[in-house]
Design a protein around this ligand. Structure first.
Ligand SMILES: Cc1cc2nc3c(=O)[nH]c(=O)nc-3n(C[C@H](O)[C@H](O)[C@H](O)COP(=O)(O)OP(=O)(O)OC[C@H]3O[C@@H](n4cnc5c(N)ncnc54)[C@H](O)[C@@H]3O)c2cc1C
Ligand code: SF4
Ligand code: SF4
Length: 1022
């Protein structure tokens, strides 16, 4: 049996006392002491892991003042903090053994916009894409870019001085900060903006925090200016953290303390609000994808492209390209990066031009393409190019480029591409030679790596593959890190050209030199004299004896290596999450990850869940538990098991079990599977969640509703024998109340009347009889199509299945309704894995028999049909057989093609002008990337128009939305993206492929919607 798991890392008494006192103060935010919450922020995208004592989520600036004022009391002298935004740092910037102050959960409001003066004021937790979505209708954008734009916050961007594609033109974040509202560790508020030297001198005379800071600025930045100019490299990616150079303007007329805070990695102050400068959106863009025979050819060509006045030049090597080709994202860009016949494409440069209109760019584009034609002819390494001015296509290409870092994590084997020397910057003219040496260094250790970067700014992204579970490779990482520092210095560059210093802060002294590093320490001292703000990052205060963090500090590998290899192999995707945070995607219209979006709780994301599972597996191993063996031995029930569960329920000590915290995080998952396809390394939460739930309930009782859900495929066919009677009970208020109070199930849907069975019988469709079909010839069977039933569509939405059968008939085939066989998905979702395995064996056996007949099998519910492909394969392995259940659109697209060739597609007489809108089921569109396009092609074949709506999860996800505990989240999800889109359309326009989604729209939007099949049929019938 699964044992009880103690938390090993208790909160230090001082922090407990601080938390208690803070809770009793005017502080309005959340204070979270749970081990799971602390674990969720113990990692970022770096190789490091550091468990904090507490996690605090302030709601406003006053909350931050409360928590700093309290910490300023002498008894709390040893309390330390680190601010955190998206937690996407690649060098452990936000990790701390103290308190994590997460500004992303609540402090994410856009406060003010001034169009005339082109600025916006925002709270620090606003996500970069959130800001740009808000600004777009106003014709502006916040121009510094970064690959993590859908989850990184403005606070994080400011504190790492983020930049990315287009930095040659748009600069870094610091170039766009007009003013900051911060809170110092003393609790003092600090407003900073550029002020005149005279004003600064005056203020420097005052005995205030700001006055003291300005005094130090004069001494460190003005007095040492010539040394600063000599020491700081002249790069587009100039040196920040701390930016001694730009704290005073080039003309020496103004001083701007915001410039010191920008890039300070939370080591100086909490940034609460920022006033940001806005850039008008260019109305036209043209992108040229230039293809090369080698990465070296791409790099050597890039200076020419920069000279050709490009807005940006991005490069990608073949390793990254090949990884992208295996990802779902490739479907969106494959036509934009076509292979070149008889050539191997081993690198590309993506060149962007911006302007008022496509016509205004035409001359530059024509000149460049003329040159490219010559380059192709002269075998100079250029093998082809493609040009596009379509903004949709351009966005798709950049989405692929932005996913590149994450994709690098998706490599086979234990060695994984790691971030530790991944953002070096050298003068662009040195880049190609620098990379030759960089590659020679990595090759000398036989390391694998992919490369891409912003060649226009001389920034290279490279993540060498190493296994941090292997102590020898951990040592090698330090050796390579030191060598890259030396190599970068040799080429006049920076080790941290983009992602900040974090655990690499120890190299600061080498880059700044003794004198200037001392100035950094003096600046730190004036902001944070007791080293309480993200201690160890960048530098320590001048008189402090505390030390910096180190490249050699505790890494995630230290914990991961405690888990046995067999367990790691078995829970592969748990281990492979690299923390890049793509699953925190802010975009309400993206399917990734609904529970994370609606709760804004990092534990309720794929990353959070994977992290909790890793710790759970580690704690079990430390307790000497062979978890795979425990899992193997879970079967049936026994009196002993029952008694043990009673004992566990009654035992007080069982209240303190880490498994409960893991269960809490797993319970919030909708099992939508978006993570399994959208995550760059395909972290499949529903898979390991089902295994965890199964194991958890080997120790603890299951709730009644789990049994109900798991038995839904047995109960529903029985209920459908007397649907009117059952409906009369289900629709009563009394039933709803009892059901909510006892099993926690609400809004139970009503059964279809007449039933599907009755409709089919009435229509006179041929009944299924295996022997009859086995006796037919291949030719005779060719006209048949089998309908695989599922418990939801068949029993609750019979019209859809029946419409499919009629449509099949209209297309000249004979539909046959197969007898209902349980699919098992509900059992899997609730972690009844032994029962699921039995169901899967039986149903697979039946479907494999049908597969022999070579008659198409069609299912109508995406999540159940795809369960045959995924969960069946995972559970049955080779025993699954080869049967293939197609979704309606998969079959239609092929069938219609064949019919079209013979002019047999029925004509639509309705002349329908309706512009249909497709709301596709998220499992369908994430697992089958081309599905929405195929639906629209199908409609086009009938002369009808169907456009896809971008929506996230509807919030129903099978039975999730019917569970009372999930109702608020379910409703919240519906309101995020579905509600406004549904409300803006006429009901007859709305076509919804998922049964769950149709139920949700009916329940919360009070609109009855149709499946696309029903609309097609109606159009044909008219
Ligand atoms: C896949 C991937 C791609 C990336 N690509 C880019 C890129 O193209 N360009 C780029 O610049 N970076 C990139 N990064 C790095 C990272 O996304 C950036 O550094 C980003 O700016 C961090 O923002 P965040 O909100 O996640 O901050 P966090 O990681 O949470 O914090 C970063 C630092 O800022 C501090 N901080 C955060 N908020 C505040 C606040 N309100 N007050 C004070 N201090 C604060 C933290 O203490 C920490 O030191 C990438 C990272 C990943 C994982
Ligand atoms: S689950 Fe996937 S997307 Fe989320 S952090 Fe981990 S690797 Fe990234
Ligand atoms: S299955 Fe869906 S809800 Fe669950 S973790 Fe994955 S994306 Fe999030």
């Amino acid at each position: 049996m699964l044992p009880r798991l103690d938390h090993l890392e208790l909160i230090a008494p001082l922090y407990q006392q601080y938390a208690k006192q803070l809770a009793q103060s005017q502080f309005n935010g959340e204070i979270n002491c749970q081990y799971s919450a602390r674990l969720a922020v113990a990692t970022d995208n770096s190789i490091y892991q550091q468990l904090p004592q507490l996690v605090i989520h302030p709601r406003c600036k006053q909350d931050i003042q409360q928590l700093t004022e309290l910490a300023a009391q002498e008894i709390y002298a040893d309390i330390k903090f680190s601010a955190r935004g998206g937690g996407t740092g690649t060098n452990g910037q936000s990790l701390t053994p103290g308190i994590v102050v997460d500004l992303s959960k609540y402090m994410n409001r856009i406060l003010e916009i001034n169009i005339e003066e082109s600025w916006v004021r925002v709270e620090a937790g606003v996500v970069k894409d959130q800001l740009n979505d808000y600004l777009r209708p106003h014709g502006f954008f916040f121009s510094p870019d970064l690959s993590t734009s859908n989850r990184a916050t403005i606070g994080g961007m400011i504190n790492t001085d983020a930049s990315g594609q287009g930095s040659l033109v748009y600069g870094k974040t610091s170039d766009h900060v007009l003013g900051l509202e911060s809170v110092l560790i003393s609790g003092d508020a600090l407003s900073t903006e550029p002020i005149s030297i005279e004003q600064a001198k005056e203020l420097a005379q005052t005995d205030t925090s700001y006055g003291n800071i300005l005094k130090q600025v004069f001494s460190s930045c003005v007095d040492k200016r010539s040394l600063i100019l000599e020491k700081f490299p002249r790069l587009n990616r100039f040196l920040t953290g701390y930016d001694l150079e730009h704290a005073i303007s080039d003309d020496l007329k103004t001083i701007d303390v915001s410039r010191l805070i920008t890039g300070s990695e939370g080591s100086l102050a909490f940034v609460c609000e920022a006033k940001l400068n806005l850039t008008p959106i260019s109305t036209a863009k043209t992108l040229i994808n230039i293809k090369y025979d080698s990465f070296d050819s791409a790099l050597r060509h890039s200076p020419t492209l920069v000279k050709a006045n490009a807005t940006s030049v991005e490069t990608i090597d073949s390793t990254v390209l090949n990884l992208a080709k295996q990802d779902i994202i490739w479907h969106s860009v494959r036509d934009l990066i076509k292979d070149v016949e008889n050539k191997v494409m081993d690198g590309i440069n993506i060149v962007e031009y911006n302007g008022e209109s496509v016509e205004s760019l035409a001359i530059e584009i024509a000149e460049l393409t003329k040159q490219l034609d010559k380059d192709i002819a002269s075998d100079s390494g250029v093998i082809g190019y493609q040009v596009t001015s379509d903004l949709g296509s351009i966005n798709k290409l950049y989405a692929m480029r932005k996913k590149a870092v994450g994709l690098l994590g998706n490599t086979a084997g234990n060695e994984k591409p790691l971030a530790f020397a991944e953002d070096t910057a050298v003068p662009p003219e040195n880049l190609a030679d620098y990379i030759v040496e960089f590659r020679a260094l990595l090759d000398s250790y036989n390391l694998h790596y992919g490369m891409f970067g912003h060649v226009d700014a001389g920034v290279l992204h490279v993540r060498p593959a190493l296994d941090m579970c292997d102590p020898e490779q951990e040592k090698l990482m330090r050796i390579i890190s030191d060598k890259v520092v030396a190599l970068t210095a040799k080429y006049g560059g920076l080790m941290w050209g983009e992602h900040g210093k974090g655990y690499r802060s120890e190299y600061g002294l080498e880059f700044f030199g003794e004198t200037l590093f001392t100035e950094l320490r003096k600046i730190k001292a004036v902001f944070d004299p007791f080293n309480k703000m993200n201690p160890g990052k960048i530098c320590t205060p001048i008189d402090s004896s505390e030390i910096l963090v180190s490249v050699d500090d505790i890494k995630r590998g230290t914990f991961d290596r405690q888990i046995p290899i067999t367990v790691k192999d078995s829970f592969k995707s748990v281990m492979e999450c690299n923390g890049n945070g793509l699953c925190f995607n802010y975009d309400a219209a993206s399917p990734m990850c609904p529970s994370s979006k609606v709760t804004r709780d990092r534990r309720h994301s794929p990353k959070g869940r994977a992290g909790l599972m890793r710790e759970w597996l580690r704690l079990l191993e430390n307790k000497g538990v062979d978890i795979l063996n425990v899992e193997k031995n879970i079967n049936g029930w026994s009196v002993k098991q029952l008694l043990d569960k009673v004992k566990n329920r009654l035992s007080n000590s069982s209240q303190q079990d880490f498994s409960h915290e893991v269960m809490e995080a797993m319970s919030g998952c909708l099992a939508c599977k978006a993570c399994a396809s959208q995550c760059p390394v395909k972290v499949d939460v529903p898979d390991f969640r089902a295994r965890f739930v199964n194991l958890y309930h080997s120790r603890y009782f299951r709730p009644l509703k789990d049994h109900l859900v798991a038995n839904v495929e047995l109960l529903t066919p029985l209920m459908a024998k007397a649907p009117k009677f059952v409906n009369s009970i289900l629709s009563s208020k009394a039933y709803d109340n009892i059901s909510a109070a006892t099993i926690g199930y609400i809004d139970t849907p009503l059964l279809s009347v007449p039933t599907l069975k009755e409709k089919v019988a009435q229509a006179g469709y041929q009944a299924f009889d295996l022997t009859t079909f086995q006796q037919m010839t291949v030719e005779q069977r060719r006209k048949f199509v089998f309908i695989v039933q599922d418990p939801f569509t068949s029993f609750y939405d019979a019209d859809v299945v029946f419409s499919m059968m009629v449509l099949i008939e209209k297309l000249g085939f004979s539909p046959v309704l197969l007898p209902f066989k349980p699919n098992g998905k509900p059992q899997h979702v609730k972690g009844f894995l032994n029962r699921f395995a039995k169901t899967a064996i039986n149903t697979a056996e039946f479907l494999n028999q049908l597969h022999q007949l070579d008659v198409p099998l069609i299912g109508l519910d995406a999540s159940l049909a795809l369960c045959y492909r995924d969960e069946y394969k995972q559970t049955l392995g080779s025993k699954r057989g080869d049967f293939h259940v197609q979704l309606a659109h998969e079959w239609l697209i092929i069938a219609l093609d064949n019919l079209n060739r013979n002019h047999l597609v029925p004509t639509v007489k309705s002349n329908s002008q309706t512009e249909f809108k497709l709301f596709a089921h998220c499992t369908e569109k994430t697992a089958l990337a081309g599905s929405e396009k195929q639906w629209s092609e199908i409609f086009n074949k009938f002369g009808l128009s169907l456009l896809s709506e971008s929506v996230g999860c509807c919030g129903m996800a099978g039975t999730y939305g019917h569970e009372k505990v999930n109702f608020e989240n379910s409703k919240g999800l519906y309101e995020l993206s579905w509600q406004p889109k549904i409300a803006a359309l006429e009901p007859e326009q709305i076509l919804v492929t998922g049964y769950s989604c149709r139920s949700q729209v009916k329940r919360l939007g009070e609109v009855k919607t149709r499946h696309p099949i029903e609309a097609l049929l109606e159009a044909i019938n008219k």
